[in-house]
Structures are given as C-alpha cells and as structure tokens.
Design a protein around this ligand. Structure first.
Ligand code: UDP
Length: 419
C-alpha cells in the first residue's frame, strides 16, 4: 500500500485525516488476517517516527523521507513524490511486492514510477483514488486548492494503472468519463469494522430528548452548516428538544476552538438561535465513536459530494438510522426507506423534514437501524471488502502478466511529470 499523506497511524478527524487513513488501516489489517503480508508506505511527517512500525499481524508501516519531516497540507505534497518514488523503488529492489496498491492520485504517481523502475517486468499497480479532482473542482470551483498538475496527472494514473478500484458506481462512471478503460475498473466499496461498531454496548447520555449526530472532517464540503440550519428548521416543525453533536475538527474540545470551520459553525448556530443545542466536540478516537454513535437518534451526512463516506456505514453498523444527501457513494451504501433516508444535496429544509419524519416515528427508526446493521454485516465487513480487494489484485496480476493494461507509451515518471 502506498498512502502518501494518510498514515494508518494518524489521529483521525483533522482536515487531511479521515476516511483514507481508516480505509488503509482497516483494509491492510483485514488482508493481514487473511494471511497476506502487507507493507504500508507513507510520508514521514515527524522526525521522531521510527522507519518501520508494526501495525497489526502481518502489517507493517514504513515511513519514507519525502519532503520536510513535518505536517504539510496534502495539496502541497506533489513536489515530494519523486523522493517518495525513490524510497519505494529502493525498498522494492530489496523485496519485490506481488502487487502495489496506490491510495489517492499522488500515491499513484509515485507508485507507478517506482513500479516501472523495479523489474522488468514492472510490478502491477492497482489504484484507488478516494476522491477525484474533476468532481472536487465541479463542486468547489476556485476554492479547490489542488495543484494544477492534478488535472492531467490523475486521469493519467487511472489510464496507466493495471487495475483501478472505484469505491462506488458513481466513481466508476466518472473514471470511465476520464478515459480509464472499463475493463480495468472494479467497484469495491469501503468497509466498516462490524465488531467495533455494534448496536449493543454503552451509549453516552444525551442532553436533550433527541440527539442528532454529525461525524467527519470539519471541511465546508461536508455540509455540517446545513445540519445546523436544519436544526433551526426542525424547531419550526415542532421539534425543539433536539441537540446536535458535531464530531471532528482539529484536536479535541480545546483545539477545536481554533478551528476556522468550527468557529463558522458556532457563529451560524448563534445567528440561528440554536447555539445552546449545538455541541462542537472536536476529534473523537475511533475506539470512542461507537459509544457516541449509539447515543444518537439519527446521524446526518450532508456533503455536497462524497466519493464514498464511511461514517454512514459506522452509524448503520451501530443500528442508528442515517439521513444522507443522495450523492456519490452514499446512494450505494444507504438504501432509501430501507436503511436510511436520502435527501437532495444542499437542502436544509429536506434534512429537517427527513429528521422530523424519523423523530416522529420510533418504529421507523428501529426498522431502519435493524436493516442498516444487517446490510453492513452482509456486504460491508472489512473481511468481505478485503477478500474482494484480493480478488481484484489477482485479476490485475493476471492482466499485467498477459500484457493487458498499461502501454509503454504511457509510462509515468515523476521526473517527467514534475519538470
Ligand atoms: N473520524 C473519527 N474521528 C473524528 C472524525 C472522523 O474517527 O473525530 C473518522 C470517521 O469515523 C470515519 C472517517 O474518519 O471513519 C471519515 O471517513 P469518511 O469516509 O466518512 O470521510 P472522509 O474523511 O474520507 O472524507
């Protein structure tokens, strides 16, 4: 695994640490349990980090020197990919992997470069994008701080990789539109730890009759402001004994005071007269989350767009109904009327109406929660996702051996692309 900015060892919830970190950690651990040997390469972002750290049985994290040994925003990391590729190639000369899995487009750039330097034959590369620049730009416009090179390099990674894993059908469609060959794309969703996220177990006490919960990195596109607005609208619908707990942001309860997005949400809550019912909690560790999730009557995920979205899986695994905007991966993972409710994106009135429908109807909440748990057990356990991923690896290795996939004219070299 190559995961340039998202270490499986990082604290989760800050601006650049979320689903990808959870995904890489859980997928690697599940592959390790299934008898595979996994090495996760990530950038050293702290001088004190040891080079090799054991993560789980069969899984090791390797910190490679690529750029300053400090936190660098992911959108400023591209110039360090040649150094990352050097570190990868050096390690793969020592022990050649059967397959390499790049996470996020920049890891793909480094992985493809290094994989072609080892061999011949080159090491087969599977790529998961986690997010696509073309989608981000569509929604964020000028606010998208990705480097300009992403526009060209990301599709090139998709076209050059031997196999591409899309986390949802919507992403598969986007990839095809970028020219990624259909026969190299496989849809494999993200998973959820169904043993940790359980309906049974302790739940935190609520401060009001009902509790709505939002969990995720505090970035604008996650639409937490829409949920704050919906809370005010809910009061107009007769539900004023409802609190909103917001999990995520930089640092814990004290650190979150300096988080610009947390301050923006706080200002909005004040303006709407609901500040006493909005609790911005800061980061909560994965191990603590089930207790918080179980305290909620509903979890809302209202992003403008969502490449996958692990939080609704975690909520469903805890038997909590979800209200999600009908975008990206959320339309695959949440079945409207069965495990949760879909609402149109960027529509606080629709969120409020969906929440009112849930809060008014305890049997409905229970039914959606039970069905959500069943869906997670049958289709989204990490063991199932890891087995599907390993199948995709095997297919990719076969394709690469038969010479299907990348063509020599499309070789990615970090030197070339970064000149
Ligand atoms: N998360 C967490 N603590 C926090 C905030 C988020 O553990 O304070 C986790 C959350 O439980 C989920 C992940 O971060 O596992 C977010 O993944 P998701 O796919 O929902 O969003 P992304 O970060 O990929 O945009």
């Amino acid at each position: 695994m190559v995961s340039e900015h998202a270490s499986p060892l990082a604290a989760i919830g800050g601006v650049d640490a979320g689903g990808q970190n959870v995904h890489v950690a859980a997928l690697s651990s599940a592959l390790g349990r299934q008898g595979h040997e996994v090495t996760v390469y990530t950038r050293r972002d702290d001088p004190g980090l040891p080079t090799r750290v054991a993560l789980a049985p069969g899984v090791e994290v390797v910190h490679l020197d690529a750029g300053p040994a400090e936190r660098v925003p992911k959108d400023a990391l591209l110039p360090f990919m040649p150094a990352l590729a050097d570190g990868l190639a050096a390690d793969w000369e020592r022990v050649r992997p059967d397959v390499v899995h790049g996470h996020f487009w920049m890891s793909g750039v480094a992985a493809l470069d290094a994989a072609r330097r080892v061999g011949p034959p080159p090491v087969p590369v599977v790529q998961t994008f986690h997010a696509l620049g073309v989608v981000k730009r569509r929604h964020q416009g000028a606010a998208d701080s990705s480097p300009a090179e992403r526009e060209e390099l990301e599709p090139e990674v998709g076209r050059t990789a031997d196999g591409v894993l899309a986390t949802c059908t919507d992403e598969a469609r986007e990839l095809a539109a970028l020219g990624v060959p259909g026969d190299s794309i496989t849809v494999v969703p993200c998973g959820v730890d169904t043993a940790r996220f359980l309906p049974t177990g302790p739940a935190e006490p609520k401060g009001r009759r009902f509790r709505i919960l939002s969990v995720g990195r505090l970035v604008q596109r996650k639409g937490v402001d829409l949920v704050v607005t919906a809370l005010a609208r809910l009061a107009e619908l007769g539900h004023d004994d409802v609190e909103l707990v917001v999990v995520g942001g930089s640092g814990g309860t004290s650190g979150v005071r300096d988080d610009p997005e947390a301050r923006r949400l706080d200002d909005l809550a004040r303006r709407l007269g609901v500040a006493d019912r909005v609790h911005i909690r800061g980061q909560v560790a994965q191990a603590e989350l089930p207790r918080v999730l179980r305290s909620a009557d509903a979890v809302v995920c209202a992003p403008w767009y969502e490449p996958f979205g692990i939080v609704p899986l975690e909520a469903a695994a805890c038997g909590v109904p979800v209200v999600v905007s009908a975008v990206g991966g959320l339309t695959d993972s949440v079945v409207h009327g069965e495990t949760g409710l879909h609402v149109p994106p960027r529509d606080p009135d629709a969120i409020a109406s969906a929440l009112a429908a849930l809060l008014d109807d305890e049997p409905l909440r229970r039914r959606l929660g039970v069905a959500g748990r069943a869906r997670m057990e049958s289709r989204y356990s990490w063991d199932r996702v890891a087995a599907d991923t390993a199948d995709a690896y095997r297919r990719t290795i076969r394709r690469a051996m038969q010479g299907v996939g990348s063509s020599p004219t499309e070789l990615i070299t970090t030197e070339g692309v970064l000149r």
